[in-house]
Write a new protein. Structure first.
Length: 434
């Protein structure tokens, strides 16, 4: 079996008749004085009851237009959003003991139909004469660029990769999204007026100055950097993988032979994804080792439960002290920890233990791109990430805005889309007022 055949979609597309039946279940609980809970829970602000109502009435393309009105990456978000804690988690049906509406699947149904019919994302407004440079073609940058282009701005997006998508393309588990619908979303953005310069790496303020030209504003959607380095002996042994490198290999269809025993280090959603990928690649024993407790895991609780149901085991209050083996990982030595005051962790004396391992994958976060601070004479940072105004996305430099993982240290794709929208509105207001 080919590698990627092991990763069927968690949210497969709905058949047309199933989509209509599901749309009919919606209570349409929006009203003239308050948003529906599902819309209020959507960072992008998609009018969920409206697009579902349009689907139920047979207006599939109308539903797609409603989605695109607020989320130009609605197709991608339908595949990767943590809807269990957003729109679907807020569905009123779940509060009366019924299954919530499968909003993500309905959104995918509508946006897939829109792409099949080459439905434009928006109508482009008259040119404003203003120019904006967007650095980064991830979800924040694409969202900001599309919003601005739709409103008549001349927008250029630069990115070091040869294709758009950022973390969606490189770091999202293949059972959520492999590539599609990113290629068509790129084409749709180009038709809206966005211009792309891909394969262009920005490493310094000199590089940026060459790209800026006569841009009136800049949006930084540069994401985060490489995996954090695992600071313990043995991280140079064969069989050790940083998480992003591992996920990239899987998505390219050339995943390694993990052996029988896999240990994943970390407690976030990436650690959960990596563990579930290892299960799908055939590893019979996969264990996530985390420094804290289950209740303190940053991963979504439903993801932890799903991983557990698939056979992933957990080792709590465990910190790697050393990876050991003869040329290749064979075991991991852990310190046993206990919770101290506040967020402190204390090593339990004499309580080290060892777990056998054929492969170890570290999912302990990514390094912030602190070098960006110097690009504009010293942008303000907080805990290594750019600081930006909560309402506008503006950084400490005038006409420089930012969003996505570059300002939050790593959050959801839909949050990055919302950041891009917010910054686009602020850029428009600033440039049109100047």
């Amino acid at each position: 079996m080919a590698v990627l055949d092991r990763f069927p979609e968690l949210r497969p597309p709905l058949a047309a008749e199933v989509a209509l039946i599901e749309a009919d279940r919606c209570l349409d609980c929006s009203g003239p004085y308050a948003q529906a809970p599902c819309t209020a829970a959507c960072p992008a602000g998609v009018d969920v009851p409206r697009f579902i109502r349009e689907l139920a009435a047979g207006g599939t393309l109308d539903a797609a237009r409603t989605i695109y009105r607020e989320n130009l990456l609605g197709g991608t978000c339908a595949r990767v959003c943590p809807v269990e804690v957003l729109c679907e988690g807020a569905c009123v049906l779940s509060h009366i003991g019924q299954k919530p509406i499968t909003i993500a699947a309905l959104q995918r149904f509508a946006t897939d139909a829109g792409r099949d019919e080459d439905l434009p994302l928006r109508r482009r407004s008259a040119p404003t004469g203003c120019r904006v440079l967007v650095v980064g073609a991830g979800p924040a940058g694409l969202s900001c660029a599309g919003e601005l282009a739709a409103d008549g701005f001349d927008v250029v997006v630069v990115d070091e990769h040869d294709e758009v998508g950022g973390v969606v393309r490189t770091a999202i588990a293949p059972y959520r999204q492999l590539v599609d619908p990113l290629p068509k979303e790129r084409v749709a953005l180009e038709e809206l007026g966005v211009r792309f310069r891909l394969g262009v790496r920005v490493d310094s303020d000199e590089d940026l100055a060459d790209l800026l030209g006569n841009a009136d504003a800049v949006f930084l959607g540069v994401g985060l950097g490489a995996d954090r380095r695992l600071e313990c002996p043995g991280a140079d042994l064969a069989g050790f993988w940083p998480s992003l490198e591992f996920i990239a290999a899987v998505k390219q269809g050339c995943a390694p032979d993990l052996g029988e025993r896999v240990i994943v280090l970390g407690g976030g959603n990436t650690a959960i994804d990596v563990a579930r990928e290892a299960i799908r690649l055939g590893a019979p024993q996969v264990t996530i080792a985390y420094r804290r407790t289950r209740e303190q895991m940053p991963a979504y609780a439903f993801e932890v439960a799903d991983a557990e149901a698939e056979g992933v085991a957990f080792e709590w209050l465990a910190a790697p002290a050393a990876l050991q083996g003869a040329g290749r990982v064979q075991r991991v030595v852990f310190d046993r920890l206990r919770l101290g005051e506040g967020r402190a962790l204390d090593v339990v004396p004499g309580a080290q233990f060892t777990l056998l391992a054929d492969s170890v994958i570290a999912a302990i976060g990514q390094e912030p791109r602190t070098e960006i601070s110097g690009w504009f004479g010293g942008l303000d940072l907080a805990h290594g990430v750019l600081t930006a105004d909560a309402e506008t996305g503006r950084t400490s430099a005038p006409f420089v805005y930012a969003g996505g993982d570059a300002i939050n240290g790593g959050a959801s794709v839909v949050q990055a889309v919302a950041d891009g929208k917010r910054a686009a509105r602020a850029i428009e207001e600033a440039l049109c007022a100047s």
